[in-house]
Each structure stands twice: as structure tokens, then as C-alpha cells.
Ligand binder design. Structure first.
Ligand SMILES: *Cc1c(COP(=O)(O)O)cnc(C)c1O
Length: 240
């Protein structure tokens, strides 16, 4: 039999839990395994367990891993985006989660056009009480929820929203923040679904929930959870 690896067991257990909660919630939920700071070996253990969607928050690390690990992995860029690095990760990325300002859309459109590819993205929304987190405000988001806006971005496909709740033990607050994000997601559906479908995609991805809060996120409508430490163990290097 193949080698046993704790990550493999963790991954299988997490996938089962996510499936169970998704069934309770009555909609599908995709698990993105966040292997940032972890070695190839750990990611391959998850891959062996059937995982294909992986998230990274640093461009250099995403590119480094994407060039060495199996080609059928779908890479998710989940970190804060610096516009001068967009051209580096764009050739490898399946979904860009952290689009948090118009400048990112502008540069991504230009670089996607050069590569002659279409890029799927999520608009990041600032839902947390912490000012250190990034994202569009709900007001800014409403400005983007207009079909005409997207005519300037023919190589981009907006497929949903992403957000991070406040880092707190207060589950009530976390739930309210996820509820807000879900409401915004639904409110934008009218304007955004036609934009997405005209480009062969759909407005259907709500990326919310991490190791500490994903079950609440799924109850509140998340369709994609980004789970790192609960699969790969604690990270010893600090994250920004
Ligand atoms: C690191 C990270 C995660 C995963 O965090 P865990 O708490 O380890 O599950 C999810 N989303 C983003 C944006 C991250 O940077």
C-alpha cells in the first residue's frame, strides 16, 4: 500500500465533514486545501487522497509549487494581490480570490489579454471589523454590479465573492459577517449572472470559511471553503 501520511488522513476526514455539512445545508461546497508554507510532500499527500484544488497566498510559492507538482492541480490565488506580480501567477492560476480594487482588475485584464486567456475571479469584500483585512466595501461593490463596467474587462470572468470574517471566538459576529456577504452575493446575482454566463461561466461561487469558522460559513451559504491548518497542521512561519 502507499505510504501513510497524517495529511492524507486529515484531508479525507475534512472532505467527509465538509460533504456532511454541505448536505445539511442543501448545497454543494468545494474544499480548497491551503498548503501555504508547507512542503511539496505534504501537498502530495493531500493530492494522493484525491484533492485537486489548492490555495496559496504568495505568488512566488504558488509559481514554485505549480511548476513542480502535478499538472492537474487547480491553483487558487487567495492572498492579497500586488499588481506588479499579476503577470507571474496568471499563467498558473485557476481562480483568483482576492480581487480587492479596480486597479487589480485593470492590470489583470491587460495581462490576461497578453496571454490570450480568460481568468476567473472573485471580488473580495471587506466584512470583518478589523481594518487590516482587505476588500471592497459593500458600497464599492454596488458600483461594480453593473453590466457596463465589465465591458472594459473582456478577459475576466467574475464568478462570485470572497471574504474573511473577523478573527474572534464570537461566533455570533462571525455568522453576521458571513450573512452579510451572502446577502451581497445574492443581491449582485441579477447584474452579475448575465455577465458571467455571457462569458461561459456562472455567478455561483461564494468563498468564505477557514479552519476556525468553515462550518458556520457553510450554514450561511458558502460554496467554497479555504482550509489550511486543519489539514496540514499549524504553520510555523508567520503569515501577513
Ligand atoms: C491562510 C489562509 C486560509 C487558511 O487558513 P487556516 O486558518 O489555516 O485554515 C484561508 N484563506 C486565506 C485568505 C488565507 O490567507
Amino acid at each position: 500500500m502507499t505510504n501513510r501520511h497524517p495529511v492524507k488522513d486529515n484531508l479525507l476526514a475534512m472532505q467527509a465533514q465538509v460533504d456532511e455539512r454541505a448536505q445539511e445545508a442543501g448545497h454543494e461546497v468545494q474544499l480548497v486545501a491551503v498548503g501555504k508554507t508547507k512542503p511539496d510532500e505534504d501537498l502530495l499527500a493531500a493530492y494522493d487522497a484525491g484533492q485537486r484544488d489548492f490555495g496559496e497566498n504568495r505568488v512566488q510559492e504558488l509559481v514554485y509549487k505549480a511548476e513542480r507538482l502535478p499538472r492537474d492541480i487547480r491553483w487558487h490565488m487567495i492572498g492579497h494581490i500586488q499588481t506588479n506580480k499579476i503577470k507571474d501567477f496568471l499563467p498558473y492560476v485557476h481562480l483568483v480570490h482576492g480581487v480587492d480594487r479596480v486597479k487589480v482588475l485593470d492590470v489583470m485584464e491587460r495581462e490576461a489579454a497578453k496571454l490570450d486567456r480568460t481568468v476567473d475571479l472573485l471580488l473580495q469584500v471587506h466584512i470583518a471589523a478589523e481594518s487590516t483585512k482587505f476588500g471592497f466595501s459593500p458600497e464599492e461593490l454596488r458600483d461594480l454590479a453593473q453590466r457596463e463596467v465589465w465591458e472594459a474587462y473582456p478577459h475576466l470572468r467574475p464568478v462570485g465573492l470572497m471574504g474573511m470574517a473577523t478573527f474572534t471566538d464570537d461566533q455570533k459576529q462571525v455568522r453576521l459577517e458571513f450573512k452579510l456577504l451572502h446577502t451581497l452575493f445574492q443581491e449582485m446575482d441579477n447584474a452579475m449572472h448575465p455577465v458571467a454566463t455571457a462569458r461561459g461561466a456562472a455567478w455561483r461561487t461564494l468563498s468564505m470559511g477557514m479552519s476556525g469558522d468553515w462550518p458556520v460559513a457553510v450554514q450561511e451559504g458558502s460554496t467554497m471553503v479555504r482550509v489550511g491548518s486543519a489539514i496540514f497542521g499549524a504553520r510555523n512561519t508567520p503569515r501577513p
